[in-house]
Design a protein around this ligand. Structure first.
Ligand SMILES: [Zn+2]
Length: 257
Protein backbone atom coordinates (compact mmCIF):
# COMPACT_ATOMS: atom_id res chain seq x y z
CA UNK A 1 0.00 0.00 0.00
CA UNK A 2 1.46 3.34 -1.05
CA UNK A 3 1.08 6.53 0.96
CA UNK A 4 -1.66 9.00 0.17
CA UNK A 5 -0.60 11.55 -2.40
CA UNK A 6 -2.75 14.58 -1.57
CA UNK A 7 -2.57 17.77 -3.61
CA UNK A 8 -3.89 21.09 -2.37
CA UNK A 9 -6.48 23.11 -4.27
CA UNK A 10 -8.23 25.31 -1.67
CA UNK A 11 -11.90 26.02 -2.39
CA UNK A 12 -13.48 29.20 -1.00
CA UNK A 13 -16.75 27.32 -0.50
CA UNK A 14 -16.91 26.45 3.20
CA UNK A 15 -17.92 27.92 6.52
CA UNK A 16 -18.04 27.11 10.23
CA UNK A 17 -19.33 23.79 11.58
CA UNK A 18 -20.91 25.91 14.36
CA UNK A 19 -19.77 27.87 17.38
CA UNK A 20 -19.39 26.30 20.85
CA UNK A 21 -21.50 24.90 22.44
CA UNK A 22 -23.35 24.15 19.21
CA UNK A 23 -20.60 22.34 17.33
CA UNK A 24 -21.85 18.96 16.16
CA UNK A 25 -19.11 16.31 16.00
CA UNK A 26 -17.98 14.84 12.69
CA UNK A 27 -19.66 11.43 12.58
CA UNK A 28 -20.55 10.81 8.96
CA UNK A 29 -18.83 10.17 5.62
CA UNK A 30 -20.68 11.00 2.39
CA UNK A 31 -19.44 9.70 -0.97
CA UNK A 32 -20.37 11.32 -4.29
CA UNK A 33 -19.55 11.23 -7.96
CA UNK A 34 -18.72 14.52 -9.63
CA UNK A 35 -21.17 14.11 -12.54
CA UNK A 36 -19.22 16.47 -14.78
CA UNK A 37 -17.72 15.83 -18.25
CA UNK A 38 -14.13 16.03 -16.92
CA UNK A 39 -12.11 16.12 -13.71
CA UNK A 40 -10.86 19.63 -14.56
CA UNK A 41 -14.42 20.90 -14.97
CA UNK A 42 -15.41 19.35 -11.65
CA UNK A 43 -12.42 20.83 -9.85
CA UNK A 44 -13.21 24.29 -11.28
CA UNK A 45 -16.83 24.07 -10.21
CA UNK A 46 -15.99 22.85 -6.69
CA UNK A 47 -13.72 25.89 -6.32
CA UNK A 48 -16.01 28.46 -7.98
CA UNK A 49 -17.35 30.93 -5.40
CA UNK A 50 -20.46 31.50 -7.54
CA UNK A 51 -21.33 27.77 -7.52
CA UNK A 52 -21.42 27.53 -3.70
CA UNK A 53 -20.61 23.82 -3.83
CA UNK A 54 -17.58 21.97 -2.53
CA UNK A 55 -16.35 18.82 -0.83
CA UNK A 56 -13.42 18.11 1.46
CA UNK A 57 -11.70 15.89 -1.13
CA UNK A 58 -11.89 14.94 -4.78
CA UNK A 59 -10.44 11.68 -6.14
CA UNK A 60 -9.48 11.46 -9.82
CA UNK A 61 -9.74 8.34 -11.95
CA UNK A 62 -5.93 7.91 -11.87
CA UNK A 63 -5.96 8.01 -8.06
CA UNK A 64 -4.80 11.61 -7.51
CA UNK A 65 -6.48 13.08 -4.42
CA UNK A 66 -7.19 16.80 -4.05
CA UNK A 67 -7.85 18.48 -0.72
CA UNK A 68 -10.32 21.33 -1.25
CA UNK A 69 -11.64 22.13 2.22
CA UNK A 70 -10.07 21.48 5.66
CA UNK A 71 -11.99 18.81 7.56
CA UNK A 72 -12.61 21.20 10.46
CA UNK A 73 -14.72 23.39 8.16
CA UNK A 74 -18.20 22.71 6.78
CA UNK A 75 -18.16 21.95 3.05
CA UNK A 76 -21.24 22.27 0.81
CA UNK A 77 -21.87 18.82 -0.66
CA UNK A 78 -24.93 17.17 0.91
CA UNK A 79 -27.61 19.84 0.34
CA UNK A 80 -31.12 19.04 1.56
CA UNK A 81 -30.56 15.67 3.18
CA UNK A 82 -31.79 13.23 5.81
CA UNK A 83 -30.31 10.20 7.58
CA UNK A 84 -31.28 8.40 10.79
CA UNK A 85 -33.54 11.23 11.95
CA UNK A 86 -31.02 13.97 11.25
CA UNK A 87 -30.93 16.84 8.73
CA UNK A 88 -28.35 19.46 7.64
CA UNK A 89 -25.76 16.74 7.24
CA UNK A 90 -23.00 19.06 6.00
CA UNK A 91 -22.51 20.04 9.64
CA UNK A 92 -21.55 16.52 10.71
CA UNK A 93 -20.03 15.00 7.61
CA UNK A 94 -16.92 14.79 5.50
CA UNK A 95 -17.68 14.83 1.79
CA UNK A 96 -15.63 13.04 -0.87
CA UNK A 97 -16.23 13.66 -4.58
CA UNK A 98 -15.16 10.80 -6.85
CA UNK A 99 -14.56 11.72 -10.47
CA UNK A 100 -17.04 10.06 -12.84
CA UNK A 101 -19.10 11.68 -15.61
CA UNK A 102 -22.20 10.28 -13.93
CA UNK A 103 -25.55 9.32 -15.43
CA UNK A 104 -25.81 12.59 -17.34
CA UNK A 105 -22.45 12.51 -19.16
CA UNK A 106 -21.68 8.82 -19.65
CA UNK A 107 -21.66 6.81 -16.43
CA UNK A 108 -18.80 4.31 -16.37
CA UNK A 109 -17.08 1.91 -13.97
CA UNK A 110 -14.76 3.38 -11.34
CA UNK A 111 -11.21 2.21 -12.24
CA UNK A 112 -9.39 0.01 -9.67
CA UNK A 113 -6.66 2.66 -9.25
CA UNK A 114 -9.32 5.20 -8.31
CA UNK A 115 -11.06 2.76 -5.94
CA UNK A 116 -7.73 2.01 -4.25
CA UNK A 117 -7.21 5.75 -3.66
CA UNK A 118 -10.79 6.13 -2.36
CA UNK A 119 -10.19 3.21 -0.01
CA UNK A 120 -6.94 4.68 1.35
CA UNK A 121 -8.48 8.13 1.77
CA UNK A 122 -11.57 6.77 3.55
CA UNK A 123 -9.48 4.61 5.88
CA UNK A 124 -7.41 7.67 6.71
CA UNK A 125 -10.55 9.73 7.46
CA UNK A 126 -12.05 6.94 9.58
CA UNK A 127 -8.82 6.65 11.55
CA UNK A 128 -9.14 10.28 12.64
CA UNK A 129 -12.89 10.58 13.34
CA UNK A 130 -15.40 8.44 15.18
CA UNK A 131 -17.60 7.58 12.19
CA UNK A 132 -19.65 4.41 12.78
CA UNK A 133 -19.96 2.07 9.76
CA UNK A 134 -23.71 2.73 9.43
CA UNK A 135 -22.91 6.40 8.84
CA UNK A 136 -20.81 5.84 5.72
CA UNK A 137 -23.30 6.69 2.98
CA UNK A 138 -23.76 7.71 -0.62
CA UNK A 139 -25.35 10.99 -1.63
CA UNK A 140 -28.33 9.05 -3.02
CA UNK A 141 -28.92 7.47 0.42
CA UNK A 142 -29.44 10.84 2.08
CA UNK A 143 -31.15 12.68 -0.82
CA UNK A 144 -32.87 9.89 -2.79
CA UNK A 145 -35.39 12.18 -4.48
CA UNK A 146 -32.66 14.36 -6.02
CA UNK A 147 -29.48 12.32 -6.31
CA UNK A 148 -28.23 9.04 -7.82
CA UNK A 149 -24.56 9.27 -6.89
CA UNK A 150 -22.17 7.53 -6.58
CA UNK A 151 -24.51 5.06 -8.29
CA UNK A 152 -24.96 1.37 -8.97
CA UNK A 153 -21.46 0.84 -10.44
CA UNK A 154 -19.73 1.98 -7.27
CA UNK A 155 -17.88 -0.81 -5.46
CA UNK A 156 -19.40 -0.62 -1.98
CA UNK A 157 -18.59 -4.30 -1.21
CA UNK A 158 -14.87 -3.59 -1.73
CA UNK A 159 -15.00 -0.70 0.74
CA UNK A 160 -16.95 -2.78 3.27
CA UNK A 161 -14.28 -5.50 3.08
CA UNK A 162 -11.76 -2.79 3.96
CA UNK A 163 -13.84 -1.77 6.99
CA UNK A 164 -15.52 1.20 5.32
CA UNK A 165 -19.30 1.04 5.68
CA UNK A 166 -21.55 -2.00 5.98
CA UNK A 167 -22.44 -4.71 3.52
CA UNK A 168 -25.26 -7.07 4.51
CA UNK A 169 -24.37 -10.73 4.92
CA UNK A 170 -26.87 -13.37 3.83
CA UNK A 171 -29.02 -14.28 6.83
CA UNK A 172 -29.33 -18.07 7.13
CA UNK A 173 -32.85 -19.38 6.62
CA UNK A 174 -34.20 -16.17 5.13
CA UNK A 175 -36.59 -17.10 2.30
CA UNK A 176 -35.74 -15.49 -1.02
CA UNK A 177 -38.52 -15.02 -3.52
CA UNK A 178 -36.56 -13.42 -6.28
CA UNK A 179 -38.67 -11.30 -8.59
CA UNK A 180 -41.91 -12.03 -6.72
CA UNK A 181 -44.00 -9.37 -5.01
CA UNK A 182 -44.52 -9.35 -1.26
CA UNK A 183 -47.66 -9.28 0.88
CA UNK A 184 -49.00 -6.35 2.91
CA UNK A 185 -47.41 -7.42 6.19
CA UNK A 186 -44.01 -8.12 4.66
CA UNK A 187 -44.20 -4.76 2.90
CA UNK A 188 -44.85 -2.94 6.20
CA UNK A 189 -41.89 -4.74 7.77
CA UNK A 190 -39.64 -3.92 4.83
CA UNK A 191 -40.50 -0.22 4.97
CA UNK A 192 -39.85 -0.24 8.71
CA UNK A 193 -36.42 -1.81 8.00
CA UNK A 194 -35.73 0.89 5.41
CA UNK A 195 -36.43 3.63 7.98
CA UNK A 196 -34.48 1.78 10.67
CA UNK A 197 -31.42 1.66 8.41
CA UNK A 198 -31.64 5.43 8.05
CA UNK A 199 -33.57 6.30 4.90
CA UNK A 200 -36.22 9.01 4.94
CA UNK A 201 -39.45 7.11 4.28
CA UNK A 202 -42.76 8.91 4.02
CA UNK A 203 -46.10 8.11 2.43
CA UNK A 204 -45.85 8.51 -1.31
CA UNK A 205 -42.02 8.43 -1.46
CA UNK A 206 -41.46 4.80 -0.49
CA UNK A 207 -40.46 3.84 -4.00
CA UNK A 208 -37.81 6.55 -4.23
CA UNK A 209 -36.20 5.41 -0.98
CA UNK A 210 -36.44 1.76 -2.04
CA UNK A 211 -34.71 2.55 -5.35
CA UNK A 212 -31.89 4.30 -3.46
CA UNK A 213 -31.48 1.26 -1.21
CA UNK A 214 -31.42 -1.06 -4.24
CA UNK A 215 -28.95 1.13 -6.13
CA UNK A 216 -26.51 0.61 -3.30
CA UNK A 217 -27.30 -2.84 -1.92
CA UNK A 218 -28.93 -4.67 -4.87
CA UNK A 219 -27.41 -2.92 -7.89
CA UNK A 220 -28.66 -5.54 -10.38
CA UNK A 221 -32.06 -3.88 -10.34
CA UNK A 222 -33.12 -0.57 -8.84
CA UNK A 223 -36.69 -0.05 -9.98
CA UNK A 224 -38.08 0.83 -6.55
CA UNK A 225 -40.27 -2.27 -6.60
CA UNK A 226 -40.33 -4.24 -3.38
CA UNK A 227 -39.79 -7.86 -4.39
CA UNK A 228 -38.74 -10.75 -2.16
CA UNK A 229 -35.06 -10.23 -2.92
CA UNK A 230 -35.14 -6.57 -1.89
CA UNK A 231 -37.14 -7.42 1.20
CA UNK A 232 -34.51 -10.02 2.17
CA UNK A 233 -31.63 -7.57 1.65
CA UNK A 234 -33.46 -5.01 3.78
CA UNK A 235 -33.77 -7.48 6.65
CA UNK A 236 -30.09 -8.40 6.37
CA UNK A 237 -28.97 -4.78 6.26
CA UNK A 238 -31.20 -3.79 9.18
CA UNK A 239 -29.61 -6.64 11.18
CA UNK A 240 -26.12 -5.43 10.20
CA UNK A 241 -26.97 -1.87 11.33
CA UNK A 242 -28.39 -3.09 14.64
CA UNK A 243 -25.32 -5.24 15.31
CA UNK A 244 -23.01 -2.30 14.54
CA UNK A 245 -25.07 0.04 16.73
CA UNK A 246 -24.93 -2.44 19.61
CA UNK A 247 -21.15 -2.66 19.20
CA UNK A 248 -20.91 1.14 19.19
CA UNK A 249 -23.00 1.40 22.38
CA UNK A 250 -20.81 -1.21 24.02
CA UNK A 251 -17.69 0.69 22.99
CA UNK A 252 -19.00 3.94 24.49
CA UNK A 253 -19.93 2.19 27.74
CA UNK A 254 -16.47 0.69 28.02
CA UNK A 255 -14.88 4.05 27.41
CA UNK A 256 -16.95 5.98 29.97
CA UNK A 257 -16.91 3.41 32.79
ZN1 LIG B 1 -23.39 14.23 -4.77
Amino acid sequence: MTALDIRERPSPNHDSRGEPPHVRPINMLVLHYTGMPSAAAALDRLCDPAARVSAHYMVEEDGVVWRLVPEARRAFHAGVSFWQGERDLNFVSIGVEIVNPGHEWGYRPFPPTQMAAVERLCRDILSRHRIPPYRVVGHSDIAPDRKADPGELFDWPRLARAGIGLWPLPAPGLARRRGRGVGVIERAGALADLARIGYGVSIGTEEVALAAFQRRFRPERWDGRLDGETSGRLTEMRMAVEAAQAAETQRRRTRFN
